[in-house]
Ligand binder design. Structure first.
Ligand SMILES: Nc1ncnc2c1ncn2[C@@H]1O[C@H](COP(=O)(O)OP(=O)(O)OP(=O)(O)O)[C@@H](O)[C@H]1O
Length: 248
């Protein structure tokens, strides 16, 4: 067999290297330990989900990656660089953005102000017109106050504003929670478009049907550990196992 030329090997190594690599992550709140040597990795441009029952540790995993949990140890590498000791601000500046479960919309600000609030941290973020192409409803709601938005509009605004920043890894915590099916479909289409734009997305989801419509790999979390990894192609064969994990 011909030897792989060094440059080609380097290129392959860059492709194979995960964008995000979480390994042996421990995290918790005060006396309570929630994550126990949790590990998973995500490649550039992938959409993956974290699935699991209530209280399994999915939200805690996203918060720990974002540095929002003080009590954490193990390793979280982004683009090969260790982030475990960094502040949330430093982590955000590396190009990681978090869309929390409560969406974090400021009720006293209008849509435009909410949209412009997060600072641009890197080149390559979406221009405001590109954001409106993705979320046409927001264009008509620019002067509406945060409190006046529907749940779906708030969710879209929460995703929209992180796209301006230039972040390339998006951590989305249950974006479909409590939303009508038609809005869930719209968010699904948006996530697929973001994937086409080469964003890398880690999605926490309870809605398994939604998860399988947008992601190519699923990590199952139980009691603060990743206990299984299911590729989308294997999903039909794994449905029974997955239902048992999720208790449905
Ligand atoms: N701020 C907090 N202080 C103390 N314990 C917490 C806190 N937030 C979460 N927990 C606990 O950590 C565990 C994991 O919660 P987490 O929110 O990560 O779960 P989850 O898998 O995202 O589930 P859910 O869908 O219910 O949010 C739960 O036992 C929860 O009660």
């Amino acid at each position: 067999m011909p030897e792989t030329p060094p440059r080609e090997a380097q290129r392959q190594e860059a492709i194979d290297q995960p964008l995000l690599e979480v390994s042996g992550l421990e995290a918790g709140y005060g006396e309570s330990d929630v994550l126990h040597r949790l590990s998973f990795a995500v490649r550039q441009g992938e959409v993956v989900t974290l699935l699991g029952r209530n209280g399994a540790g999915k939200t805690t995993t996203l918060k720990a990656i974002m540095g929002l949990i003080a009590k954490r140890s193990g390793s979280i590498r982004f683009e090969g660089n260790e982030t475990i000791g960094l502040s949330p601000r430093r982590i955000a500046r590396l190009g990681i953005a978090h869309c929390p479960e409560d969406r974090g919309i400021f009720s006293s600000l209008d849509v435009r102000e909410n949209l412009m609030l997060p600072p641009v941290i890197k080149e390559g973020g979406l221009h405001i017109d590109e954001i409106f192409d993705l979320f046409p409803n927001l264009r008509n709601r620019l002067t509406s106050q945060g409190t006046k938005l529907s749940g779906g509009e708030q969710q879209m605004l929460a995703i929209a504003r992180i796209l301006r920043t230039g972040s390339r890894l998006l951590l989305l915590d249950e974006p479909t929670e409590g939303l009508a099916p038609v809005i869930v479909e719209q968010i699904g289409r948006t996530i697929k478009r973001l994937k086409d734009l080469s964003y890398t997305i880690v999605l926490v989801e309870q809605n398994f049907h939604f998860a399988r419509s947008v992601a190519e790999r699923h990590f199952v979390i139980e009691h603060g550990r990743v206990v299984d990894e299911i590729a989308d192609g294997d999903l039909s064969a794994s449905l029974e196992k997955l239902n048992a994990y999720l208790g449905v």
